[in-house]
Design a binder for this molecule. Structure first.
Ligand code: GLY
Length: 381
């Protein structure tokens, strides 16, 4: 199946899902082909909005646009209610919903919503240890002073807010956080910690750890994927070479540690045996991250071909072995995503962010539609 056919199959599934989900949001599933639906209470709702905007941008179908616009209204209400906003994933939620609508349609109210969301994310800045705290209130005994690699993908909301408002504070904050993530989350052998702890008062570095990985020192594959894409986007904004180099280092490690079918297991250090879960979402995120990274490599750079070949191998395997391919009974695109293997939450099934990044990768490959992480005032490439 080629990229175009795959995109068309995802749009068939999405069209069916609009009627099935109504005003709810898909989260993860557990083996029955159906998504568990949530109502603006989690970190994942933006991915459904993002799928709707991508599908609309590609198809220009007004029914899909209506659903996307309705979803943005629900993100705006979430801000008004101040509901479930006390975490760093504000960037995932609002980049792919309100910011997407602004990027596509220059809708002023969507812009205001996304800017208000950026202000909420800024409230997680802790001036003592100089970082964006992932979870929990200031002073929290366990999560105070804790950063996670996933947050690299929330920073683009701050880069965008800096551009939109002319206020450099958003970008300065994001830059300090990205640099701290680079220094402490990425290890010398190009693997990564999922999370890192700092002293809340002094900012002294304490230790690496994990939240969803196999063990504290392991490399959780989705974390590595967030880093590949997140550092490439940091480079797009700041143009500082160390961010590009870090994205490349994480990418080489990811590619070098893939199994024969080119789709990652859930943790690079988990023992591999019959039945060890994959995380197809990590490979979909990495495909997008590599396509972003390639855009920043000069034309003659030999690694362009290396990274592009890796994208093609993984995407072909996802399409052949993991994709539901428009099967009417299935609500997801990609099987064998893993939310939290150790936590027993959707350890081997659909996860909505896997579907989002699978579609974003297909559209980057086929139509040069890059998702909604940044404004499109620069030509791609
Ligand atoms: N950002 C949460 C996760 O990747 O599961």
């Amino acid at each position: 199946m080629n990229w175009t056919n795959a995109i068309e199959q995802t749009i068939r599934t999405t069209t069916a899902n609009i009627s099935r989900f109504k005003d709810k949001f898909p989260h993860v599933s557990s083996g029955d082909g159906k998504y568990r639906l949530v109502d603006q209470t989690d970190w994942t709702e933006g991915f459904w909005a993002g799928i709707l905007w991508l599908s609309y941008e590609y198809s220009q179908d007004p029914v899909i646009r209506d659903a996307a616009v309705q979803s943005v209204a629900s993100f705006s209400k979430r801000l008004e209610r101040e509901s479930h906003l006390e975490h760093h994933d504000i960037g995932f939620l609002y980049s792919l919903s309100a910011k997407a609508q602004w990027i596509l349609e220059q809708d002023e109210s969507a812009r205001e919503t996304a800017l208000r969301a950026a202000d909420i994310l800024m409230k997680r800045w802790r001036s003592g240890p100089q970082l964006i705290q992932a979870w929990g209130p200031e002073g929290d005994p366990h999560n105070g002073g804790r950063i996670i690699i996933d947050c690299l993908m929330n920073l683009p909301l701050l880069y965008w807010a800096a551009e939109q408002t002319g206020d450099p504070t958003y970008a300065d904050t994001a830059r300090i956080h990205a640099e701290k993530s680079r220094r402490f989350l990425v290890r010398g052998d190009d693997s990564s910690y999922h999370t890192f702890y700092f002293d809340q008062e002094t900012g002294d570095s304490l230790r690496g750890g994990t939240h969803q990985g196999f063990r504290d020192g392991s490399t959780w594959t989705r974390g590595q994927a967030w880093g590949i894409y997140g550092f490439a986007l940091a480079y797009r904004y700041f143009r500082e070479p160390q961010f590009l180099e870090t994205s490349k280092r994480l990418a080489r490690y990811f590619i070098d540690h893939l199994p024969d079918d080119h789709v990652a297991y859930w943790d690079f250090d988990a023992p591999q045996a019959e039945g060890t879960p994959r995380d197809s979402s990590a490979s979909a995120i990495t495909a997008c991250g590599l396509l972003e990274l390639i855009e920043h490599l000069p034309a003659g750079d030999p690694e362009r071909e290396f990274f592009l070949a890796a994208v093609h191998r993984s995407m072909n395997s996802l399409i052949e072995n993991y994709f539901t391919a428009g099967d009417e009974a299935e609500e997801g695109f990609l099987r064998h995503g893993s939310y939290s293997v150790r936590g027993g939450v959707s350890p081997d099934d659909f996860v909505i962010w896997g579907d989002y990044f699978f579609l974003e990768a297909l559209l980057r490959l086929e139509s040069r539609i890059p998702g909604y992480w940044y404004e499109r005032h620069e030509n791609m490439g």
